[in-house]
Design a protein around this ligand. Structure first.
Ligand code: GH3
Ligand code: MG
Ligand code: MG
Length: 359
């Protein structure tokens, strides 16, 4: 049965998408990963628990481990803050159950460190101890611990609290991911693009490589809705998005920019490669065959691309403005065309139509 891979989600930080690592590891296409999340499956109680148990006393650890295993949790163990941090990296738990009173550094310090790190901050941490003071309880919650349980407790209560924390984390992950997702096409939405473009700009500026932006706008799309209905229009949008996701490189980022507009951010991409990408998309759209009640809906797109090689002189807004201006010129010149605007050009120019289909 497919289920939410919480480990994968948590690796992507509390926001579900870890932009800092995705820039260095641009093979990540979060829009496609996001679609794998199915909020209705499994029943929330079935989300698998991978618990890191942090307890210095061997007999306590052994008792809790057996109870967790009996509660069908996967368990890894640590005895103090240092071994716990190591285990977090190795085992990648989706829950941590830790004794408040650890040798050298306390459980509070463990919480502080985990919450400071974007790769671990979304892991729920439940602390427990014999007699927590009110001050400790307050501090634990303020640092971001999910709970501070006082002993004596029965194992069933600990398991119930762990499952509750897991359920909340699961729901938060879904909400975080949905907030980044265009629900019609499954692509990243405009908000993600707005965050992503300046980050890719910075990454390419540091590497001294070119950055390209492509904006595509379907031609006469209003007429598609008017002639074939809104549902058929939606199908065209979904298929266009899938086509675009297929023709880009894994290092490129794609989003739905607006109604019938899509945008691609292509790092390390000079103008000639950007134009080839645009032409691959334009020709793939031209060749789409979407049938509606026996009619084939004609679909074409106009595309504007811009690529800057020197990112020290200006900013991402200028790059976007040029891609948009190039798109405008493609529309003005009759549509179903790619126009481009390189940094050194004084105005946009039309691309020679290409039949290159290799990504
Ligand atoms: P142009 O070639 O100049 O781009 O013409 P156009 O008709 O594509 O552009 P216009 O901006 O006039 O119309 C865009 C249309 O896209 C109007 C709007 O109803 C439609 N649209 C926007 N979002 C959606 C959507 O989610 N689903 C559907 N079916 N239509 C949408
Ligand atoms: Mg438009
Ligand atoms: Mg349009």
């Amino acid at each position: 049965m497919p289920y939410l891979n919480l480990d994968e989600s948590l690796k992507r930080s509390s926001l579900g998408i870890d932009y800092s690592t995705s820039i260095d590891d641009p093979g990540m296409a979060e829009s496609r990963e996001i679609q794998e999340i199915d909020p209705d499956r499994p029943a929330l109680t079935e989300v698998p628990g991978r618990v890191l148990l942090v307890e210095p006393a061997a007999h306590e650890r052994s008792w809790l481990r057996n109870e967790l295993l009996a509660g069908r949790m996967e368990v890894s163990e640590a005895t103090d803050l240092i071994t716990a941090q190591r285990a977090v990296a190795m085992f990648q738990p989706n829950l941590i159950l830790a004794q408040l009173r650890l040798p050298t550094y306390s459980g509070l310090e463990l919480v502080r460190r985990l919450k400071r790190d974007s790769t671990t901050q979304s892991i729920p941490v439940l602390l427990y101890t014999d007699l927590a003071t009110a001050e400790e309880r307050i501090q634990a919650l303020e640092l971001g611990a999910s709970d501070l349980i006082s002993r004596p407790f029965v194992a069933a209560e600990v398991l119930a609290r762990l499952r509750a924390a897991l359920r909340i984390r699961h729901l938060l992950t879904i909400l975080e991911q949905r907030a980044h997702l265009d629900s019609l096409t499954g692509l990243a939405n405009r908000g993600v693009f707005d965050d992503r473009l300046p980050r890719e700009w910075e990454a390419c500026r540091r590497r001294r490589t070119a950055l390209a932006v492509m904006i595509a706008d379907l031609d006469h799309f209003k007429a598609v809705n008017d002639s074939h209905g809104h549902a058929a229009g939606d199908t065209v949008l979904r298929q266009s998005a899938a086509t675009l996701a297929r023709v880009i490189r894994t290092s490129d980022f794609v989003a739905r920019y607006g109604g019938e507009e899509f945008v691609v951010v292509a790092p390390d991409c000079e103008i000639s490669a950007a134009v080839r990408l645009a032409e691959r998309f334009r020709t793939a759209i031209e060749q789409l065959r979407i049938d509606e009640h026996g009619d084939t809906i004609p679909v074409t797109t106009s595309v504007g691309v811009a690529s800057f090689a020197d990112l020290t002189r200006t900013g991402p807004a200028e790059l976007l403005r040029r891609a948009d201006e190039a798109l405008y010129r493609a529309k003005e010149a009759g549509r179903n065309a790619t126009w481009f605007w390189e940094q050194t050009q004084s105005s946009p120019a039309p691309a020679v139509p290409s039949s290159d289909t290799e990504p």
